[in-house]
Design a protein around this ligand. Sequence first.
Ligand code: SF4
Ligand code: SF4
Length: 423
Amino acid sequence: MTLGDYEDMMDSCVRCSLCKFIPQLAIRSKRFSSICPSIDFYDFHAYSGGGRMIAANAYHKGRVELTPEMLDVLYRCTNCGGCEVSCKWVYDLEPNEAIHALRAAAVEAGAGPMPKHKKYIKLVERKKNPYGEEPQNRPAWLTKDIKLDESSDTLYFVGCTAAYRREEIAVATAKILNAAGEGFRIMGSDEQCCGSPVYRVGDEKRAIRIMEENIESFKRAGIKRIITSCSGCYNMFKIEYPRYVEHDIDVVHTSQLIEFLLKDGRLKLTKDVPLKVTYHDPCHLGRMAEPYEKWEGEKIEVLTLVYIYDPPKPERRGANGVYDAPRNVLKQIPGVELVEMDRIREYSYCCGAGGGCKSAYPDFAMATANERVEEAESTGADALVSACPFCGTNFRDSLESRNSSMQYFDLTELVLRSIGGEQ
Ligand code: SF4
Ligand code: SF4
């Protein structure tokens, strides 16, 4: 979708600022009532979803240029989608989609993305991962006791962060699958980035090429199902890929698979894990994990700039993300007590790492993680748990910098402990 496709929508923004907060009826405390990390940190309307949409519209209409200042505002956004679910309570606009379209337009015009993004995109091209690690080291996390089934049509897509930075998640996932007797294979050194870091900063052409290459190699390998322990990879394969590249591969997040394996009796959580935990909903597994449905119909202006759609547009309000599976798993771990933060499910607060912010704006990414960690600490939990290696990396950095006594675990690590497995 281009900026032109969103023109009517961008014209409809009433500058009400609802996109800066979680909807009133969902607010549990004044302290934790905001939803946009960018406006929280930069405190100026241009840094909100609505503000960026005004900028996108102005650029589309030829009223402003992509100056360095404009680009800076555009990219200091984690693409978390919080603005969108809040706006949809009343106005049904999609500011995060407009932000993505403006990023794509900026790249197309040769202005975006930012230098740090260009640097890691080059690494993705050369090394197939944004960290610049050697492809042959991608499966270095594999321990000898992990069993692979090369004839399986199920692929564990490890993802760059679990493969090179959060190996404990890859190990835990593989051992859980082994314990349940769930056959799987990996692509080893042939696995390449899912394309998320490239796509999120607007380099659509390169991202689509990566999508096509990945789908082609999955098809060649006869893959029918992908298991992913990364929310970013999950979102790409499940939600974004089908917008550009057709595929019928089933995509499952580890939290969903573990929930199923427990229900099926193939996994038994027997060991006590005495921890009070709180769960962070990753944006890409939660509110942004609702599939796009192409809408075709008639748009009717009933009042000036007030439209109704016939048939009604698919809602995509974030309510149908993966929220229950990780919670259902946590609740079944003996000894684990789950307490909730004020901002949960579709109104979760971003970890701060996404949208290219961890690499280009580390101060903003860290402040956002600190804000979320503060919320987690306010619950009295001993540990913050999530289901995404990239969120985990930012939270660990935050906890370390704050000298916090709170621990961080990926869901798979706690499950591995409870089935009696070891890293
Ligand atoms: S994007 Fe939506 S919520 Fe934000 S200012 Fe515009 S109309 Fe209001
Ligand atoms: S996507 Fe997230 S960070 Fe960006 S404007 Fe919307 S709420 Fe703010």
